[in-house]
Design a binder for this molecule. Structure first.
Ligand code: HAX
Length: 435
């Protein structure tokens, strides 16, 4: 048994006992409040989900199993001094709650390498799609197609008992995470680089190999890729992608079906696709003013034009966060430390950060005027020559799949029920309101 699986096997009985006791002995304790406003406005702030992999504080931002982003970057094993931590180390942390040692990450990396074999029919299915099919559609379809490989579904059909669901689910999760960079790089090469595939380099770690297979063989980009894949993993349970996957998984749909469902949610412009939209907004802003870094006044004018056209400014605002997203801060600090600030696109993103929060405050609608993760990520890709904005959400998806699968393994280990909340009618709301 691998260290990862063994660690989970050791911990799950106690976690299960906690959950059983909570349901049996304290199931009536009230933790949240459902109101008419919440029911009609996206259940914002409604406490009705449980997620142990990470927690999002509105002011502080995300903590992965208790670690902030700077803490996780500092504490997780790294491929070398001065380099970013292995994203797979963060996945180990999300799954188990334990910081892995360097040896434990090496073992997980080796396991993923051995599993990174994508069935040939997946490439065949991708090749059958029109070349201009959006990369997120390709990505989702490829993941769905691999449901054919699900060890969970095969074991379930063979009579797997509920107590063992998590083990087969973990197997699917490991297979999926191993294969995602291969699939994503295939989509990238096919869509933008004439289709010639680059084989994995067995000497590279999971994150760096993704950069290599995309064809960006630059050590700095590989390091950025590690950072990118680490910060996008998990954002507690209620975000659209994680929540969607959780709901689908609660019907015991396998990991492939559950993750692809979440990926379809990530593909929406108010969620993960905002990274694509943001880069496009930045480029259009620059084009609008002659292709240069716009002045503060020009940014202000363009931001107001966007708002007056009743469009959102992509990369700003958040459903939970009420402060600058620490994922944004990590990328901004990275760009400044690496001296990227003079690149016109990076410089424009930094100028937008100086101006747009003030505009949004003046506009007065958005509850948070501050940038989220998507406001910065595209500029760093452009810096390294990855200019194809339509691909950016696939990068996000590769990372988010780690958070989603960690959540699903936990859900299955705890034996959580089918998710089936109750809906009411507008007439019932009116009656409740005394109308
Ligand atoms: N630009 C313009 N208007 C904005 C805005 C923005 N960036 N952010 C919020 N608003 C508006 C909302 O559209 C809403 O308007 P209406 O009353 O007309 O519906 C109003 O301000 C109140 O919204 P809110 O309560 O502050 O925000 P929500 O929780 O409803 O929505 C969103 C959160 C992230 C969807 C929103 O801020 C937004 O659309 N931002 C731009 C898109 C974006 O960056 N999405 C990525 C978010 C992070 C993420 O999931 N990444 O994957």
């Amino acid at each position: 048994m691998s260290t990862l699986k063994g660690r989970l096997a050791d911990k799950i009985p106690a976690w299960r006992e906690d959950v059983r006791t909570l349901i049996k002995e304290h199931g009536d304790v009230v933790i949240g409040d459902a109101t008419i406003g919440k029911a009609l406005a996206g259940m914002r702030g409604l406490k009705a989900l449980v997620c142990d992999t990470s927690y999002l504080d509105p002011d502080e931002g995300i903590r992965f199993r208790g670690y902030t982003i700077p803490e996780a970057r500092a504490a997780l094993p790294k491929p070398g001094s001065g380099l970013e931590a292995y994203p797979t180390g963060l996945w180990f942390l999300l799954l188990t709650g334990d910081l892995p040692t360097a040896d434990e990450v090496a073992e997980l990396e080796a396991d993923l390498k051995a599993r990174a074999v994508v069935p040939s029919y997946v490439f065949g299915a991708l090749d059958a799609l029109p070349i201009d099919t959006h990369p997120m559609v390709q990505f989702s379809m490829a993941i769905t197609a691999m449901s054919n490989e699900s060890k969970f579904s095969a074991a379930y059909d063979a009579g797997l008992g509920k107590g063992d669901y998590w083990q087969a689910t973990l197997e699917d999760a490991l297979d999926l995470i191993a294969r995602l960079p291969v699939i994503a790089a295939y989509i990238y090469r096919r869509a933008y680089k004439g289709g010639d595939r680059i084989e994995a380099d067995q000497t590279l770690d999971w994150g760096a190999n993704f950069a290599h297979m995309m064809g960006v063989d630059n050590d700095d980009y590989k390091d950025l890729m590690r950072l990118y894949l680490l910060i996008h993993t998990d954002h507690e349970g209620g975000n659209v992608s994680a929540h969607t996957s959780h709901v689908v998984s609660s019907a015991l749909s396998d990991v492939y079906l559950s993750v692809s469902a979440g990926i379809n949610g990530l593909a929406g412009p108010l969620h993960g696709l905002a990274n694509q939209e943001c880069l496009k907004w930045i480029v259009t802003l620059m084009d609008h003013f002659g292709g240069n870094v716009p002045t503060e006044e020009q940014v202000r004018q363009y931001a107001w034009d966007t708002l007056n056209a009743r469009r959102v400014i992509p990369g700003f605002g958040h459903a939970v966060l009420r402060n600058t997203d620490p994922r944004y801060v990590a990328q901004r600090e990275y760009s400044l430390a690496k001296g990227m600030g003079s690149h016109p696109v990076v410089a424009t993103v930094h100028r937008v950060f100086d101006v747009v929060p003030g505009v949004l405050k003046e506009h007065g609608k958005a509850k948070s005027p501050w940038p989220n993760v998507d406001a910065h990520s595209g500029a760093l890709q452009v810096y390294y020559g990855v200019t194809e904005a339509d691909f950016y959400t696939v990068l996000f998806g590769v990372s988010r799949a780690m958070g989603i699968t960690a959540q699903i393994v936990w859900d299955r280990a705890m034996g959580l029920s089918l998710e089936r909340p109750k809906s009411v009618t507008v007439a019932m709301l009116k009656a409740a309101a005394g109308i």
